[in-house]
Write a protein that binds this ligand. Structure first.
Ligand code: AMP
Ligand code: GLY
Length: 426
């Protein structure tokens, strides 16, 4: 099979690393890719949201399957264009991708399917939003409706912060059109888990779960990032809670989307809060998480490709994915300045030595080669240093042993990835 993966991060490198192991693969491409994906796929100079160019390439190159890593191409409608050309895409139509593109839409699906989630209301008008806010109590959550690259959620500790978020999003236009509409919702308390399901429009199978660390600094401090590290499986997700999440959240959402005539195919990412009264939905995304994917795929024993194809073809019912009985962790190595303006161009050395630590795999994120062939930082998150082990502690130790062998003066990482699980489970 000829396969195109869309994206340029650690997630896409990990997807390609799994796909290249499949005996069904003839050739892999990645658009636009990074220095790591270039080692196993042919990188294409096409941006992840340039869906016309991506589809044009897929048609001329005889691509059999497109796997979008990020939401950008999906929200723009790549699955619809590919379907019209008879090319498989492991990702939802633009209509179903609204699960990620619009928080109000997600809340409407949750309401239609009786999915447990935070109480909420949606507003286009700042005065109405303020009037509603005055009847609530802090802490309270203010969310921009549209895609805001992780900057659209304020968990307000008091009413002044909540008021400021309403002004910033709806009046000052800080997030552009994404903030013209907002959702105000109840603040949920518990541990967060990212749960993944592979969906074929009707059936959903569990595709692993992970916990990530969104804050930039040790001890979960500082600004939010795309994710500084993740581990899998999450000890807090018992088999009972996992089944409850599949039965009360994932499958009802899938059924509600199918009833609306917009069935969901692809990878559904349920952001969950494990509350005292059971798992509740925080948000849906329509793709794998980054960095969760890097911690999940090394644990997958089954060939990933037949499962992705079954999702595209509506044949997941007979599928059962098998997993290694191991823990995995991934630590993001970022360029100084991230999540603000990262220092680009810094050289990274020592990958071979780091990758030789037993159990370690290094996925590239924002990397490139300079003219002399040196590996340099080309983005905020630069490497995903991933390790598996018999226990989470063993995996953690291996990942940090690998990082100690890397020479990247312009980089930094968190030193406490997995702390919560390690504190509770020894
Ligand atoms: P999102 O951009 O929707 O992933 O939200 C970013 C983060 O905000 C989540 O990962 C949670 O940590 C937090 N968050 C979002 N909604 C809620 C909520 N209703 N209660 C508590 N925390 C929330
Ligand atoms: N790690 C969170 C995400 O991919 O959205």
């Amino acid at each position: 099979m000829r396969i195109l993966v869309v994206g340029a991060g650690g997630r896409e490198h990990a997807l390609l690393w799994r796909l290249v192991a499949s005996p069904l693969v003839e050739k892999l491409w990645c658009a636009p890719g990074n220095a790591g994906t270039a080692e196993i796929a042919e990188n294409l100079p096409i941006k992840a949201d340039d869906i016309d160019a991506l589809v044009g390439f897929a048609v001329t190159a005889g691509i059999d399957l497109v796997v979008p890593g990020s939401e950008a191409s999906l929200v723009a409608g790549i699955a619809d264009l590919l379907a019209a050309r008879g090319i498989r895409c492991c990702g939802p139509s633009a209509a179903a991708a609204r699960l990620e593109g619009s928080k109000t839409f997600t809340k409407e699906i949750a309401a239609a399917a009786a999915i447990p989630t935070a109480a909420w209301a949606s507003f286009d008008d700042p005065a109405a939003a303020r009037a509603y806010l005055r009847r609530q109590t802090a802490p309270i959550v203010i969310k921009a409706d549209g895609l805001a690259a992780g900057k659209g959620v304020v968990v307000a500790a008091d009413m002044a912060q909540a008021e400021a978020a309403i002004s910033d999003f709806m009046e000052a236009g800080k997030l552009g059109a994404a903030g013209a509409r907002i959702v105000i919702e109840e603040c949920l308390v518990g541990e967060e888990v990212s749960l993944f399901a592979l969906c074929d429009g009707e059936q959903a199978i569990f595709l692993g779960a992970a916990q990530d660390h969104k804050r930039v600094g040790d001890g979960d401090t500082g600004p939010n990032t795309g994710g500084m590290g993740a581990y899998s499986p999450p000890p807090v997700l018992t088999p009972e809670i996992q089944e409850a999440a599949m039965a009360r959240i994932v499958r009802p959402a899938l059924a509600a989307l199918a009833r609306r005539g917009t069935p969901f195919r692809g990878i559904l990412f349920a952001g969950l809060m494990l509350t005292e009264t059971g798992p509740k939905l925080i948000e849906f995304n329509v793709r794998f998480g980054d960095p969760e994917c890097q911690a999940l795929l090394p644990r997958l024993k089954s060939d990933l490709l037949p499962a992705l194809l079954a999702a595209c073809d509506g044949e997941l019912a007979r599928f059962d994915l098998r997993w290694h009985d191991q823990a995995a962790i991934t630590v993001a190595l970022a360029a100084r300045g991230y999540p603000g303006k990262p220092v680009l161009g810094g050289e990274i050395r020592g990958l071979e030595a780091a990758g030789a630590v037993p159990g370690v795999r290094i996925f590239h994120a924002g990397t490139a080669r300079d003219q002399a062939g040196r590996l340099i930082a080309a983005g905020g998150r630069v490497l995903s240093v991933t390790a598996t082990g018999a226990t989470l502690r063993a995996a953690r130790d291996a990942a940090y042993a690998a990082i100690a062998r890397l020479d990247f003066p312009d980089g930094f990482c968190r030193h406490d990835i997995g702390w919560r699980a390690l504190a509770s489970n020894g």
